[in-house]
Design a protein around this ligand. Structure first.
Ligand SMILES: *Cc1c(COP(=O)(O)O)cnc(C)c1O
Length: 458
């Protein structure tokens, strides 16, 4: 067939809109979506013909159109199954929330709430009270404030206390967190002037002292969340920094990144700094994340001295950076788990960190047996999970995973990624590895079926 004949073989937009199936879709999703899909599919068909291919058969063209319609009305943000064993996976939304946090969101969002209403006094209240009391109790801080995320928290503190002034920071702490978040950029965006002292591996308190000028406003410590310097190293302790800062009337700020409210070394991991420790060491303000090891919603939590937090609350940026009721509801529920001493039982991140190897092995064995019966070549292997999310660099947790011996592992993980729900797995030594540690119980069934579906397609 000539190319012009192929073009002529394509139905018109009007003809397609009369198609019975597409009229059914039009009633469900509206004319605009169907029309877009029809036009896009015809464009694609014409491009194919121009490239020397034949016009699509009518049934195939219809399939292409309905697939486009389905895709257009499918939300792009969707649950995925994290089989990677990286607990706080930054690309996969970091911390999944606890059941109580989800219920709190549902409760606060499906009705009106007392977000800014004091029910006892019968008058306007503050949204911040809902989290502040809990955070104070858990960290021993005099005051607390919650903003959108920890990056905002750090930027806010620098702006409020050091705009057009100097901030001294050790060269060893000028980190890039990921996603382009670099401490020097945050400093310059905040309007503060960065004064770097020391060297990459060694900084002493004298370095800070020598850099002081009448224009110095703030001493900043940044937790190098995602890397470790080993060997010939020396850093200034927060105690030393605080003593120096207070002698010279400076604000001492600690950016903890993740921070942890429970002792990570109890789980065979290195010690992750805790906000309560930083406050005891003398920091005036400490900032940490809501959705790293805290295991709650995205948020930036600032704790510290009352007068400093009060200044932040009155600052115009507080309004721009404020958190919404969904975040506050989830954060409050998450913090209550810590207060009730049930973080390990109720917060998914801590359930995953504290999962016992025997439990993981049993799950891996069960899945392995099932997949072997299905015809896959599989075995249980010893490997490691990681915490991730800019915390505990280099630290791993021993795990037992299922290793699938697949002819083409790359193609297999690509098929898993387009499963519904998508499954993310890693490849290790040419095997597709499924780590049970990060598979939530309610995702297990979908994982088992998804792997089998991918195997059928392989
Ligand atoms: C992760 C991190 C941040 C940013 O926190 P977000 O909550 O992701 O905005 C800032 N500082 C450090 C040291 C971090 O590790």
């Amino acid at each position: 067939m000539q190319m012009t004949d192929s073009f002529r073989a394509l139905p018109s937009v009007e003809e397609l809109l009369q198609n019975h199936t597409l009229r059914g879709y039009e009633r469900k999703v509206g004319r605009a979506v169907v029309l877009d899909a029809v036009r896009a599919s015809l464009d694609a068909a014409r491009a194919d013909i121009r490239a020397g291919r034949a016009a699509p058969m009518p049934a195939l063209l219809l399939d292409a159109i309905t697939e486009r319609i389905e895709q257009a009305v499918r939300p792009t943000l969707t649950r995925v199954i994290n089989a990677t064993g990286v607990i706080l996976h930054t690309n996969l939304g970091r911390a999944p929330l606890s059941q109580d946090a989800l219920a709190a969101i549902q409760d606060a969002a499906s009705s009106y709430s007392n977000l800014e209403y004091d029910l006892d006094a019968g008058e306007r209240g503050s949204r911040y009270t809902h989290a502040e009391e809990l955070i104070k109790k858990l960290t021993g801080a005099e005051a607390a404030l919650v903003v959108n995320n920890n990056a905002a928290a750090v930027m806010f503190v620098l702006r409020a206390f050091a705009e057009n002034k100097e901030v001294i920071v050790s060269r060893g702490q000028l980190v890039e967190i990921g996603g382009g978040f670099r401490v020097p950029d945050v400093l310059s965006q905040s309007g503060a002037r960065m004064v770097e002292v020391g060297t990459t591996n060694r900084t002493r308190v004298a370095d800070f002292e020598n850099a002081l000028t009448p224009n110095t406003a703030l001493l900043l410590r940044v937790h190098p969340s995602n890397f470790r310097v080993i060997g010939f190293t020396e850093e200034v302790s927060l105690q030393e920094m605080s003593a120096l800062g207070h002698k010279h009337n400076l604000v001492v700020v600690d950016d903890l990144g993740s921070g942890a409210l429970v002792e990570t070394s109890a789980f065979g991991l290195a010690h992750e700094p805790m906000p309560q420790e930083s406050l005891r060491a003398g920091a005036d303000l400490v900032a940490f994340s809501g959705d790293k090891l805290l295991g709650g919603p995205q948020a930036g939590i600032i704790v510290g001295k009352k007068e400093f937090v009060a200044k932040l609350k009155k600052h115009p940026l507080a309004r721009a950076l404020r958190v919404d009721k969904l975040t506050l509801a989830a954060l409050q529920a998450t913090l209550l788990h810590y207060l009730k001493n049930e973080a390990q039982q109720k917060i998914p991140v801590w359930q995953m960190i504290s999962a016992k190897v025997e439990t993981l092995e049993k799950r891996a064995n069960d899945w392995c047996e099932r997949w072997k019966k299905f015809g896959l070549e599989a075995h249980v292997m010893e490997t490691n999970s990681t915490v991730g999310g800019g915390s505990l660099p280099g630290e791993t947790l021993p795990t037992r995973a299922v290793a699938l011996n697949i002819f083409s592992p790359d193609a297999f993980v690509a098929t898993l990624r387009v499963n519904s729900p998508p499954i993310l797995a890693r490849i290790e030594n040419n095997r597709v590895v499924i780590d049970p540690r990060t598979i939530l119980p309610h995702d297990e069934h979908a994982l088992l079926e998804g792997v089998e579906r991918a195997a059928r397609l392989a």
